[in-house]
Design a protein around this ligand. Structure first.
Ligand SMILES: [Zn+2]
Length: 466
């Protein structure tokens, strides 16, 4: 079918440069709410070059989308070297269909053509694969607009499409459950900071009292996501906008959620008979597997070069959360489940190589859980990818006077990493995202479309089988 290409720049960057075409991207508003019309069977072919993309796609019964936040090829390589050695393979390395995915976003503007934002944040990128529509930084499943404070158009997410058709849904993360990536699966707001009623300064139009959908936390509960697992105990102790109850009280009394707080309580859940499931296992974000090892001038390392495991108390692992989520969501009509290893990104911002490696190891175990389910449920599409690239680089050594950290890999050899995007502000050192393409891998119906180079917005149609 003919449709305005979502990505005008992608059809010929060299040509565009030769002609002096400005780097703008047409905003395709036709990708509207609940649009399951097949479009990327044809649209994907020119960019991916995959001959199989011409064939009608088989619609997956269920989808499990696993996101390593900030998980790019460099971070995957670093974790592989550390965990299984340079010649070893992670579980996520074994998915049969593998491609590359572009992740750029848009700069606020009057539209309909928007300047390209080559380095996106997790809000824009998660909105991209959740809705099929590119947007601006900070935006949660709304289209772009002239300014961050100006709301864009709401676009239905894959999770919401599943929920609207009466199918079960789940949203699992190691972050606060209202963090950008889980938020974009089932909420719509102009700014990612509007996570509960006490943090709505950037989103006055979203207040329920102003006729809006409310904060991200309220929206997750209103959407009725069947399984919500992650961090955020402190947030859910905060009040609803009208002050009538806390978010947790509202969830359990008005929205039919069963609340669990520990790994043991989670393990006791074997069905949704008792209502929807809300598991909040940490005050904010879940504890990472390894204690921090932050890069610094002159190099940092541990006593033996290996990362040090830290006590995670009663918190479940991402694999445990994924296991329960799949167990209770599994049904003949299918389900949608998003699983995020959030702190690959958060550790990379802190230039913490051990934190990032541990979080990726944990995600890899969750991938194993998903693949075991897929092996007996071939109608399930499993996708493993990141949302944007990040800062970790594997370098030769620390001779450049840059901040580095060195760990001993599974090969028994030293691996040094650096963070070239580090900036220093108020005595703090943070590394920022980068803009390179990232890996996407899949198995199951539609996975044949996850080859060549695709854009992350194409995942929306692939997950819906459109
Ligand atoms: Zn980030």
């Amino acid at each position: 079918m003919e449709r305005l290409p979502l990505v005008t720049l992608a059809v010929g960057t060299a040509l565009g440069l030769a002609l002096g075409v400005t780097g703008t991207v047409a905003y395709d508003a036709s990708r509207g709410d609940g649009d399951e019309t097949p479009d990327s069977g044809a649209a994907a072919a020119p960019s991916s070059g995959a001959p199989t993309s011409q064939a009608p796609a088989e619609r997956p019964t269920s989808v499990i989308l696993l996101i390593g936040d900030g998980m790019d090829d460099s971070m995957i390589t670093a974790a592989r070297n550390y965990s299984v050695g340079a010649a070893g393979r992670l579980v996520l390395d074994g998915l049969p269909a593998t491609g590359a995915m572009t992740t750029y976003g848009l700069v606020p503007g009057p539209g309909p053509d928007f300047t390209v934002d080559y380095v996106s944040d997790s809000a824009a990128t998660a909105s991209g694969f959740s809705t099929g529509v590119k947007t601006i930084d900070g935006r949660i499943s709304q289209g772009p607009s002239a300014a961050a404070e100006a709301p864009g158009e709401d676009h239905e997410t894959v999770l919401e499409t599943y929920a609207r058709s009466g199918r079960l849904t789940g949203n699992v993360t190691t972050a606060d459950i209202t963090d950008a990536t889980p938020a974009a699966a089932a909420a719509h707001v102009n700014d990612r900071s509007c996570q509960d009623s006490t943090t709505m300064a950037a989103c006055p139009a979203a207040l329920k009292s102003a006729g809006g959908r409310g904060s991200i936390a309220e929206q997750l509960l209103d959407t009725g996501v069947d399984v919500l697992l992650g961090g955020g105990q402190e947030r859910f102790d905060r009040p609803l906008e009208d002050g009538s109850a806390s978010l947790l009280e509202h969830a359990t009394t008005d929205r039919g959620y069963r609340s669990v707080r520990t790994a043991d309580e989670l393990a006791d859940v074997d069905a949704l008979d008792g209502g929807r499931l809300l598991g909040l296992f940490a005050p904010v974000h879940l504890t990472r597997k390894y204690a921090p090892l932050e890069a610094r001038r002159g190099g940092a390392t541990t006593d033996d070069g290996r990362c040090v495991e830290q006590d995670r108390g009663t918190q479940p692992t991402l694999a445990q959360m994924t296991t329960t989520a799949i167990d209770v969501l599994d049904n003949a009509d299918g389900f949608f489940l998003q699983v995020e290893g959030a702190s690959v990104d958060k550790a990379e911002h802190e230039r913490d190589i051990c934190g990032a490696i541990g979080e990726l190891e944990d995600l890899d175990l969750a991938v194993q859980v998903a693949l075991e389910h897929q092996s007996t449920h071939p109608g399930t599409l499993v996708i493993v990818t990141g949302d944007h690239a990040h800062s970790t680089q594997i370098v030769m050594d620390d001779r450049g006077g840059i901040d580095t950290a060195t760990v001993t890999t599974a090969d028994g050899d030293p691996m040094t990493v650096a963070y070239s995007t580090t900036y220093r502000e108020a005595g703090d050192s943070k590394a920022t995202h980068t803009g390179t393409q990232i890996r996407v891998a899949a198995i199951g119906p539609g996975s044949e479309r996850v080859t060549g180079v695709i854009d992350q917005t194409e995942l929306h149609a692939i997950m819906l089988g459109g």
